[in-house]
Design a protein around this ligand. Structure first.
Ligand code: PEP
Ligand code: MG
Length: 564
């Protein structure tokens, strides 16, 4: 048995196809004809662009953004200028010049502390590899057309390998390297293909035709297991597929407890394409649109018009359903290299989110203008992240008012009555939630940050991951306080941190009186099914019981048993 990182849930049972790329050998040596090498490089750029555009045409809409990012790498002036310079100044052939520049770029990204940015080195490697193969006149192996159903076993799958996967015949994939946030893992989840990554050396332990069984949730991989085990996993797989089919029947039903308490189930998204997925999974709204992704994977700030297009696209997909768009939450673990933000000792306690927006007003106002203008296309609500005081809400609202006046003055259409809420993700905000409730139209509790700030546990630090605990009594007390304070002031209270989709905590949150839960698309239908089977009155008692417990361990045990 091999244990890796469960990257995309689901069980796969099938024959192995080992996916290997040949080693690329680059001959270096001084060249005489610099012009010829420059032309070869530009020819390869063109061919690579055509290939990526072709892959893009054949892939799911959700994945096109990744391929767009690849096309942008091909246009990067520093990359092109760097290679041209190396050919000219160092008389390198195009292959050697390209390898040198690409390696430099990869090293820069790999040295970044932020996990997301680190993973982007894989995109550069992917594009670089394709360029090199085109320079050498070689073809990359292709996973787009397979003869029979297989499980792909690879050292790594690049984003473009993954985008091309033959979805009819790929039962799943497992890889030596990669983490939960690598593009191949993210794409596997979008494509709903089971996957396990980070298995270290699984490619050394299998050969073509071996039988592989794996569980993409647990991260467990078995090679040539006994027949009885194969049958058991095949049966589990059937059960999962059947359960998934059953869940789909709930797509248009509302989320109401057995005794009539309604909860709104929203979806968390990062781009307009995710909104389609939300819609397909029965979301009753968008509970969190993380707009920072609109600012990432590019080299300068998005313009007002670009933002307007993105927000409008989401609003149009969701129609009358509410769409909560969160203003820029950059800093912390999300870097924007082009903003040149200084390195900090404690980025999560530093220059981040609303703090940047209130300081760099022009960036914030551009976003608010785009939001106000987008508001006419649907049911938009604006949400400020990282609020810790009443002053911050007032300062942000003042800029919002200025943005409205500007638009009015310019004669541009905008929605004047947009609800404005805040993320409650800093303990200070939870403690003064009675006061904050008088300033805003809604609260959305961000447990991801609320856990880290309440218990002083860095959410990115693997060494103390065992201390990062959504069952901590302090967290649950704060959540209850926020809900009660919101309700006393007559505003609704939702939650959009990861805990909102945790089946062990959903009964407790229902009992505490949360009005809305927002989660990843895949969790919506299971949560609906669960809530439809629970009684609100009974869960109130459960929530009270949980709030009396002394330890996270006791709470976790109790709620885990409850949802079995
Ligand atoms: C949170 O902190 O719970 C949250 C939803 O925001 P993010 O994960 O983007 O910080
Ligand atoms: Mg947060």
């Amino acid at each position: 048995m091999y244990k890796g990182i469960g990257a995309s849930p689901g069980i796969a049972v099938g024959k192995v196809l080992l996916f290997k790329k040949e080693d690329i050998v680059i001959e270096s040596g001084a060249v005489d004809d610099v012009e010829k090498e420059q032309n070869r490089f530009h020819g390869a750029l063109k061919k690579t662009r055509e290939q990526i555009e072709e892959i893009k045409r054949r892939t799911l809409a959700e994945q096109q953004a990744i391929l767009d990012a690849h096309l942008m790498i091909l246009e990067d002036p520093e990359l092109i200028g760097g290679v041209e310079g190396a050919i000219r100044a160092e008389k390198l052939n195009a292959e050697a010049a390209l390898e040198k520049v690409m390696n430099m770029f990869i090293a820069i990204f790999e040295s970044m502390e932020n996990g997301y940015m680190k993973e982007r080195a894989a995109d550069i490697r992917d594009v670089g590899e394709r360029l090199l193969m085109n320079l050498l006149g070689k073809e990359l192996p292709n996973l787009a057309k397979l003869k029979e159903p297989v499980i792909i076993v690879a050292h790594d799958l690049t984003p473009s390998d993954t985008a091309q996967l033959d979805r009819e015949n790929v039962l799943g994939f497992v890889t030596d390297i990669g983490g939960r946030t690598s593009h191949s893992a993210i794409m596997a989840r979008t494509m709903e293909i089971p996957a396990v990554v980070g298995l270290k050396d699984i490619t050394q332990h299998v050969k073509n035709g071996d039988i592989l069984v794996f569980d993409g949730e647990e991260g467990i991989v078995l090679v040539n297991p006994e027949d009885a085990l194969v049958r058991e996993y095949a049966r589990k797989r059937e059960e999962q597929l059947q359960a998934k089919k059953e869940l789909r029947k709930l797509i248009n039903s509302s989320t109401i407890s057995t005794d009539g308490r309604k909860v709104e189930l929203g979806c968390n998204i990062g781009n307009p394409k995710d909104a389609k997925k939300a819609d397909e999974n029965g979301a009753e709204g968008i509970g969190l649109y993380r707009t920072e992704f609109l600012y990432m994977d590019r080299t300068s700030l998005p313009t007002e018009e670009e933002q307007l297009e993105a927000y409008k696209a989401v609003l149009e997909i969701m129609g009358k359903r509410p769409v909560i768009i969160r203003t820029l939450d950059i800093g912390g673990d999300k870097e924007l290299p082009y903003m040149n933000l200084p390195k900090e000792m404690n980025p999560f306690l530093g220059y981040r989110a609303i703090r940047i927006c209130l300081d760099r007003k022009e960036i914030f106002k551009t976003q608010l203008r785009a939001l106000l203008r987008a508001g006419i296309y649907g049911n938009l609500k604006i949400m400020y992240p990282m609020i810790s005081s009443v002053e911050e809400v007032r300062a942000a609202n003042k800029i919002l008012e200025e943005a409205k006046q500007e638009l009015q003055h310019e004669g541009k259409d905008y929605a004047s009555n947009i609800a404005v809420g805040i993320m409650v993700e800093i303990p200070a905000a939870a403690v003064i939630s009675d006061m904050l409730a008088r300033e805003v139209d809604f609260f959305s509790i961000g447990t991801n940050d609320l856990i880290q700030y309440t218990t002083a546990v860095d959410r990115m630090n693997e060494k103390i991951a065992h201390l990062y605990n959504p069952f901590h009594p302090a967290l649950l007390r704060l959540i209850k306080l926020v809900i009660d304070n919101g309700h006393k002031a007559g505003i609704w209270v939702g939650m959009c941190g990861e805990a909102a989709g945790d089946k062990r905590l959903i009964p407790v949150f229902l009992g505490m009186g949360l009005d809305e839960l927002s989660m990843g698309a895949g969790s919506i239908l299971p949560a609906r099914k669960q809530i439809q089977s629970l009684s609100y009155e009974e869960m109130k008692v459960v929530a009270d019981q949980v709030l009396q417990m002394d330890t996270a361990e006791e709470i976790e045990k109790f709620v885990t048993k409850l949802c079995k």
